[in-house]
Write a protein that binds this ligand. Structure first.
Ligand code: PRX
Length: 662
């Protein structure tokens, strides 16, 4: 067939090949001018006025960036605004009767709940009045421990309206995890829920919340949403308040949105790091909201008339930024789905896209790998032609999964944006602009315009194209975290100390270190390789090995434990635990089960170890450091590199024997 060009997708996406975004997409895209990269580079930091201009401000800011005290950067200083006003009120005139939130419950025999902007405005006002009535004041942290029910974004927006930062704790986290976060934030208010539906069952949630509250070291008023109705008759404690009854007392109430300083805290979000204690990432009103609104428009191509769907859970940063704040600030319809993608069948996602004619889908590579495993017949059963753009987030996406998504979900007609970012960055940082850049399956893309991202070696020098190194961000950006809650010192230590001159007042001497490994190609496209700290990324969820280890060591009979991430075909990574028992013997099935339970109790089922290996010793260097890399190789069944630095090289044979015997 010489002379003929092979137009198959396989051929076009062969190693090194790039894909042009579909012309039909580019024609209508929000951003299409490649000049945006130069324009932002030349006009930095004023370029970010473009993001701030997407919002309504109560009073204008006087300075775009105050970098006089690095790394405590401030953005849009002097400006005032309210996030709930921007996400709701300002759309009332033109889009009051359009759908703001399209909520879809898991049971298929239940009607969806859809809120127009006007209805959402009502709900948010009444919830704000209710929270105030309970005593919530400006700057009081309100914790939310809720599954995917509409009252979650409503309560978040109600808090934003009255200037009370929220701290949402993922509903899959354990009671202990809730208590740790409430104690760390001194949070005296909790909004929670009786339960939710999962794969057809009504699961209770309130008992977990109550268990958590028992370990909180101060008084808490807790508001309980009734999701399950007659399916679960939840007991109420003396300090519990029923959400519906409370809100009913405020029917018709109006609460003026409080003008917040641009730098005032909008929310806190706890995330895992190297040490055992979760980090309280602080995001602000002006910078964060500008960032998620601008990136929703430029990268997700959100337009008011869209029905946009991000399938994340609001309990994680992706849901905060790209289910709630970004899309609603742009006045679009945002879809929220309560359940799992395989209930009642493995085509549930595609059924939703088909029925609601969703225009974007933003999901995680883990989900895509599960869809691949289930088979292309499921998306093929549905009309997915409403989709215009696909996105992924949370973990590296392998080219095979990328291509499957592009072909079987997008019909080769939708750009795919692989977006790298973190809880700390507030929103997207590295990705193609879908109406501008070519796509390279497996590589996230160039940094967004206005960002200075590099890949460097241990001493901060840029590595050669194609070589692995460490990702750094060399200039501040509006969506960045401002500090770790009440812990400025840890903020500097965790994110800046590695590559900055921490004695300097010159912002050029400061570099943000996200703790990810990456490589950069000649054309500036970045492939993110994964964490370089002791964090495991399971299904796009960030888990600290130290947190899991301390849970295991807390189990009776355990002397020492080391936890590593091993490769997993669907989840990306899985947790593997190596455990020394007190008598250095095999702990047997009973202890193994108690260890797994201990991890679920301390963190939640997402941290459940895939394997627990009992070993008489752990591989340690002569200086006593556990050689995690070696344990990772053992977990992955890989060839072991040099073990000569080990204090006791024989231990490796013992562990391998234990793994094989498992
Ligand atoms: O390792 C990177 C990975 O997820 C980490 C951030 O996790 P979290 O704060 O929970 O936020 C997840 C949602 C933004 C990063 O340090 N990560 C995130 N997106 C990607 C990714 N790794 C590779 N490619 C991505 N697109």
């Amino acid at each position: 067939m010489s002379g003929e060009t092979d137009h198959s997708m396989e051929a076009r996406t062969a190693q090194g090949d790039e894909l042009e975004p579909p012309a039909s997409f580019v024609e209508q895209a929000n951003v299409t001018d490649p000049g945006i990269y130069d324009e932002f580079a030349e006009n930095w930091p004023e370029c970010w006025e473009q993001a701030a201009d997407l919002l309504d401000w109560d009073s204008d800011y006087d300075t775009v960036l105050d970098d006089s005290n690095p790394p405590f950067y401030e953005w849009f200083t002097g400006g005032e605004l309210n996030a709930s006003y921007n996400a709701v009120d300002r759309h009332l005139d033109e889009r009051g009767d359009e759908t703001a939130i399209e909520w879809i419950g898991e049971p298929t025999d239940e009607a969806n709940r859809s809120y127009t902007y006007r209805e959402l405005h009502r709900e948010v006002n009444e919830a704000a009045a209710a929270l105030r009535d309970l005593g919530v004041g400006e700057d009081d942290v309100v914790t939310m421990y809720m599954p995917m029910v509409p009252e979650l974004p409503i309560a978040m927006l109600a808090c934003a309206r009255i200037g009370a930062p929220h701290s949402v704790v993922f509903a899959g986290f354990s009671a202990d995890a809730l208590a740790t976060r409430m104690n760390a934030a001194d949070s005296e208010y909790l909004v929670t829920c009786d339960g939710y539906y999962r794969r057809g069952d009504a699961l209770e949630h309130k008992a977990k919340a109550d268990d958590g509250l028992a370990s909180v070291d101060h008084d808490v008023t807790s508001v309980v949403v009734d999701r399950l109705g007659d399916d679960y008759d939840h007991p109420m404690r003396d300090d519990d308040v029923d959400y519906d009854a409370l809100v009913d007392e405020h029917t018709g109430a109006d609460v003026d949105p409080v003008s917040r300083d641009a730098e005032d805290m909008l929310f806190l979000m706890y995330t895992s790091g190297t040490t055992g204690e979760p980090k309280g990432v602080k995001h602000t009103t002006g910078g964060y909201l500008s960032w998620v609104t601008w990136t929703s428009q430029a990268v997700l191509d959100v337009k008011p008339e869209d029905t946009y769907w991000c399938s994340a859970d609001i309990g994680w940063i992706t849901g905060h930024s790209y289910i709630v704040y970004g899309p609603l600030s742009l006045g679009t319809t945002t879809v929220m789905y309560e359940g799992t993608p395989d209930y009642p069948d493995k085509d549930r996602m595609w059924e939703i896209v088909d029925e609601y004619e969703t225009t974007q889908l933003y999901t995680a590579p883990t989900a895509i790998r599960a869809f691949m495993k289930w088979g292309e017949q499921y998306p093929a059963e549905h009309d997915l032609s409403s989709l215009r753009l696909l996105g992924t987030v949370g973990e590296p996406i392998n080219p095979k999964a990328w291509k499957w998504y592009y072909e079987h979900v997008g019909g080769e007609d939708c750009p795919v944006v692989d977006t790298w970012w973190q809880t700390e960055t507030g929103g997207m940082m590295i990705t193609t602009l879908p109406g501008v850049g070519e796509m390279k399956p497996g590589a996230a893309g160039p940094p967004l315009p206005g960002l200075d991202v590099n890949v460097v070696d241990g001493s901060g020098q840029p590595v050669d194209a194609g070589d692995a190194g460490y990702l750094t961000v060399d200039r501040p950006w509006p969506g960045m975290l401002r500090t770790l809650y009440q812990n400025d010192e840890r903020y500097v230590q965790e994110y800046w100390a590695e590559y900055s001159d921490t004695d300097s007042d010159d912002p050029d001497d400061w570099t943000y270190f996200p703790e990810d490994g990456a490589k950069i190609d000649d054309d500036g496209y970045i492939t993110v390789l994964g964490r370089v700290d002791d964090v495991i990324n399971v299904s796009g969820h960030r888990l600290g090995t130290m947190e899991i280890e301390s849970a295991i060591v807390g189990v009776e009979g355990v002397a020492e434990a080391a936890v590593v991430g091993g490769n997993h075909p669907v989840k990306g990574e899985a947790v593997h635990a190596f455990v020394i028992t007190e008598d250095h013997a095999d702990g047997g099935e009973e202890l193994r089960e108690r260890i797994i339970q201990g991890v679920e109790d301390a963190i939640g089922p997402i941290a459940r170890p895939e394997s627990v290996v009992f070993t008489p010793e752990l591989p340690k260097t002569r200086s006593g450091k556990i050689m995690r890399r070696l344990l990772e190789d053992i977990a992955n069944g890989d060839d072991l590199g040099t073990t000569s630095t080990l204090r006791n090289p024989d231990v490796v044979d013992d562990i391998q024997a234990a793994v094989e015997g498992e």
